[in-house]
Design a protein around this ligand. Structure first.
Ligand SMILES: Cc1cc2nc3c(=O)[nH]c(=O)nc-3n(C[C@H](O)[C@H](O)[C@H](O)COP(=O)(O)O)c2cc1C
Ligand code: FES
Length: 643
C-alpha cells in the first residue's frame, strides 16, 4: 500500500476495505492484550485458527487477535461477532466445542459464559455483563473489535477520519477552538485543560515545537495507558497528529516504559504503518503538513512520568525533575515549547474532532467532561479496566460495575489517584467521581487508579505502604521530599509496629506541610496525601495504634496475635500440620496451643481451621489468654471424617 495523497483517496481506500468485509461473517475476537497473553491467549487464538482450518471453515469464519477490553481477570476473553457472544477464561481445549456449537450450530456454550455472582444467572452478550453494562466505552470500546496491529482494521471502524477532517476541513485555529470548547482535561495527572496547554505552545514564538505522549504509567496497578497503546495505538497516534497540527509542531515523541514490550511493539508498528499510508511524514494527505513521531523507551522510574523529568530523560539525561519557573508548554523539551499529554488524553482527541465538542460535553459534570478509564482493583468482585462517564458515583462503580465486595465483607475505603492519591471512606460513597470532587475529598483523579479496600485493611498501613513507595521513588534532588518522606516512612512504620509515640501525628502533619509547600515537583508535593487523607477520615485508627497498641483492622502483624480457643478446638490437627513454622503444639485428641514466641502471624491457622469449628481467633490490643493446663488438654470430641 502506497501513501494516500488526498482525503478522496482515504475514502476510496476505506470503502475498498469495507467492501471486502461482510458484517454477517462470524468473527472470533480473542483478546491478545498482555493480561490475556499471560493466561494463554496466543494458544487459544492458534487453536481457533487450526480448528477452523481443520473443519474447512477458512472462507466462512474470521479470527482476530485484539486489544484488551478490560476484563483481564477473566481472560482469555473471546467475543464472537456479530452476535457479540462473550466467553471467558477460554482454554485451547474449549475451542473445538465453540466452533461446533456456536459457529456451526448457532448455540451457546453455557459453561463459558459470565455468571452473575449475585443472581447466579448466565449472561450471553458482552454488553449485558454487569461489568460492561454500566460503562460508557467511548475510548476503549474499539479495543476488542480491532486487530491492534492492523491499520486497515482501524480504518474500517472510522479511524483517521478525524485527521482527514482536521487537516482538510478545519484550520489549525478551528481545531484548537474545538478542543478548548470540549474542555478536555488531562487524563494523566492534574486534569489541566488540554486546549489551554496547546494554546500556550501555539502562541510561543519559537518555530520548533514538540508534542509528546506520556505513556510512562508508573502507578502500581494501573494499566489503562498500556491497554490503549497495545490495543488501539492508532487512536493515540491520530490524536497526536491532530494536536501537532493545532499547535504547529512537526516532531512528536511517545515516551513509553520499556516494561511494556507489547505496547512498544504495537506503537512502533502503528507509526510504520501510518508513515506507509501517508498519515505521518511529509505532506500528509497532500495538505503540506509534515509530522514525524519517534518512540523513546523509558527505564521505568515512577518520577519519569513527571513532565520535566520525562523531558530531561528524553534529552538523554538522568530523569530528574527540574524547576518549572516557566511552563513546559513554553519552555520544555530542549527548551522549546512542548505539549505533553497522557495517552488517554490524546486518544480522546479524534473523538472530539470527529463527533464535535458538543457531543463530548454531553457526558460528564460541569467541570469534567467526557469519560475516564479507571483501573479497578483490590477487594472487589470484578476487577479490570472500566470506562465511565465523569460524575458517576463511587457507589455505582464499586457495586454496579465492580459487583461489590467479595466474601460478605464491608466496604471500608477506596484509594484513588495512584500512590500519591488519597483514601475516600464509606460515608462518601455517593461522591460523584470527577476531577474537582475527588480533590475536595482529599484525593485526586490522578491517572485513574482505584483500589478498593474492605474492613480487613488497616488504613495506617495503607498510608505507610504508599509513603514507602514514594520514598523509594523520590529522585532525591530536593530535601523536603528526600528527607521528609523518609522520616514519614520511618514514623508510620513504627506506628504499625506498635512503637508509635504521643506526638507522632503532629510530626507527620508538620512534615506533610513542608513537603507540600517546599518540594521541587508534584511527586513531593502530593506524596503526603496518603497520610493526610487517612488521618482526615481514620484518625481513630492512628490513635488506636499509638495509644492502645491495637490495630482495629487486625492487620498489622506486630500488633496481632492468634490463639486457639480451647472450647472450640476439635484437635483435628489441620492447623498443626499446615503451620509453616511448626508453632502449634497438640495432637490427636489433644487441644492445640500456639507457641506465641514461634508464631510469625502468617494467618495460615485461621485460614485452614474449618469454619464450622472457628477455633482460631485473631486479637489485637489485648493479652493472649493463658494456655489451658496440660492435664486438661485431652479431649474426647469426635470429628467426623467428612466434615
Ligand atoms: C511523580 C509523577 C508521576 C507522573 N506519572 C505520570 C504518568 O505515568 N503518566 C502521565 O500521563 N502523567 C503522569 N504524571 C503527570 C504528568 O506530569 C503530566 O501532568 C501529564 O503527563 C500531562 O498530561 P495530561 O494533561 O494529559 O494529563 C506524573 C506526575 C508526577 C508528579
Ligand atoms: S488483556 Fe485481555 S481482557 Fe485485558
Amino acid at each position: 500500500m502506497g501513501r494516500l495523497k488526498s482525503p478522496g483517496e482515504v475514502t476510496k481506500f476505506r470503502q475498498e476495505i469495507l467492501s471486502k468485509r461482510d458484517s454477517n461473517t462470524p468473527c472470533i475476537s480473542v483478546c491478545v492484550g498482555t493480561g490475556c497473553l499471560a493466561s494463554g491467549a496466543s494458544e487459544v487464538l492458534a487453536a481457533f485458527k487450526t480448528e477452523i482450518a481443520k473443519q474447512g471453515l477458512n472462507a466462512e469464519v474470521d479470527t482476530k487477535g485484539t486489544g484488551c477490553p478490560g476484563f483481564c481477570e477473566r481472560g482469555p476473553v473471546v467475543v464472537i461477532y456479530p452476535e457479540e457472544i462473550c466467553y471467558l477464561q477460554v482454554t485451547p481445549g474449549d475451542v473445538p466445542e465453540i466452533i461446533t456449537r456456536t459457529i456451526k450450530e448457532k448455540k451457546v456454550v453455557d459453561r463459558l459464559l459470565y455468571v452473575d455472582p449475585n443472581s447466579g444467572e448466565k449472561v450471553t452478550h458482552e454488553s449485558e455483563i454487569p461489568f460492561y453494562k454500566h460503562q460508557k466505552r467511548n475510548v476503549i470500546g474499539n479495543n476488542i473489535k480491532i486487530d491492534s496491529q492492523s491499520i486497515d482494521d482501524y480504518l474500517a471502524v472510522g479511524g483517521y477520519s478525524a485527521l482527514v477532517k482536521a487537516l482538510t476541513q478545519m484550520t489549525d485555529e478551528q481545531v484548537l477552538a474545538e478542543v478548548k470548547k470540549s474542555n478536555l482535561r488531562g487524563r494523566g495527572g492534574g486534569g489541566f485543560p488540554a486546549g489551554r496547554k496547546w494554546e500556550g505552545s501555539r502562541k510561543a514564538p519559537e518555530k520548533i515545537k514538540y508534542v509528546l505522549v506520556n505513556a510512562d504509567e508508573g502507578d502500581p496497578g494501573a494499566f489503562m495507558d498500556r491497554a490503549l497503546l497495545e490495543g488501539n495505538p492508532h487512536s493515540v497516534l491520530e490524536g497526536l497528529v491532530i494536536g501537532a497540527y493545532a499547535v504547529g509542531s512537526h516532531q512528536g515523541y511517545v515516551y513509553v516504559r520499556q516494561e511494556y514490550p507489547l505496547a512498544v511493539k504495537n506503537i512502533n508498528l502503528a507509526i510504520q504503518q501510518a508513515e506507509e499510508y501517508g498519515f505521518l511524514g511529509e505532506n500528509i494527505l497532500g495538505t503540506g503538513f509534515d509530522f514525524t513521531v519517534k518512540v523513546h523507551k523509558g527505564a521505568g522510574a515512577f518520577v519519569c512520568g513527571e513532565s520535566t523529568a520525562l523531558m530531561t530523560a528524553l534529552e538523554g539525561r538522568v530523569g530528574e525533575p527540574r524547576p518549572k519557573y516557566i511552563r513546559s508548554n513554553i519552555r520544555g523539551l530542549w527548551n522549546r515549547p512542548t505539549v505533553l499529554n497522557n495517552v488517554e488524553t490524546w486518544a480522546n482527541v479524534p473523538l472530539i474532532i470527529d463527533k464535535g465538542a458538543d457531543w463530548f460535553t454531553r457526558l460528564g459534570t460541569e467541570g469534567s467532561k467526557g469519560t475516564k478509564i479507571f483501573s479497578l482493583v483490590g477487594k472487589i468482585t470484578n476487577t479490570g479496566l472500566v470506562e465511565v462517564p465523569m460524575g458517576i458515583t463511587l457507589k455505582d462503580i464499586i457495586y454496579k460495575i465492580g459487583g461489590g465486595i467479595p466474601g460478605g465483607k464491608k466496604f471500608k475505603a477506596v484509594q484513588t489517584g495512584g500512590p500519591s492519591g488519597g483514601c475516600i471512606p464509606g460515608e462518601l460513597l455517593d461522591l460523584p467521581v470527577d476531577f474537582d470532587e475527588l480533590t475536595k475529598a482529599g484525593s485526586m483523579m490522578g491517572s485513574g487508579g482505584m483500589i478498593v479496600m474492605d474492613e480487613d485493611t488497616c488504613m495506617v498501613d495503607v498510608a505507610r505502604y504508599f509513603i514507602h513507595f514514594l520514598t523509594d521513588e523520590s529522585c532525591g534532588k530536593c530535601l523536603p521530599c528526600r528527607e521528609g518522606l523518609r522520616q514519614m516512612d520511618r514514623i508510620l512504620t513504627h506506628i504499625t509496629e506498635g512503637k508509635g509515640k504521643e506526638g507522632d501525628i503532629a510530626i507527620l502533619e508538620e512534615l506533610s506541610e513542608t513537603a507540600v509547600e517546599a518540594s521541587l515537583c508534584a511527586l513531593g508535593k502530593t506524596a503526603p496525601n496518603p497520610f493526610l487523607s487517612t488521618i482526615r477520615y481514620f484518625r481513630d485508627e492512628y490513635e488506636a495504634h499509638i495509644k492502645e497498641k491495637r490495630c482495629p483492622a487486625l492487620s498489622c502483624k506486630a500488633l496481632i496475635s492468634y490463639y486457639i480457643d480451647p472450647d472450640k478446638c476439635q484437635a483435628c490437627m489441620i492447623c498443626l500440620k499446615k503451620c509453616p513454622v511448626e508453632a502449634i503444639d497438640g495432637g490427636k485428641k489433644k487441644i492445640h496451643i500456639i507457641n506465641q514466641e514461634k508464631c510469625t502471624r502468617c494467618g495460615t491457622c485461621i485460614e485452614v481451621c474449618p469454619t464450622r469449628f472457628g477455633a482460631v481467633k485473631k486479637i489485637s490490643g489485648e493479652p493472649v489468654p493463658s494456655p489451658i493446663p496440660e492435664e486438661e488438654r485431652m479431649i474426647d470430641r469426635k470429628v467426623k471424617k467428612n466434615e
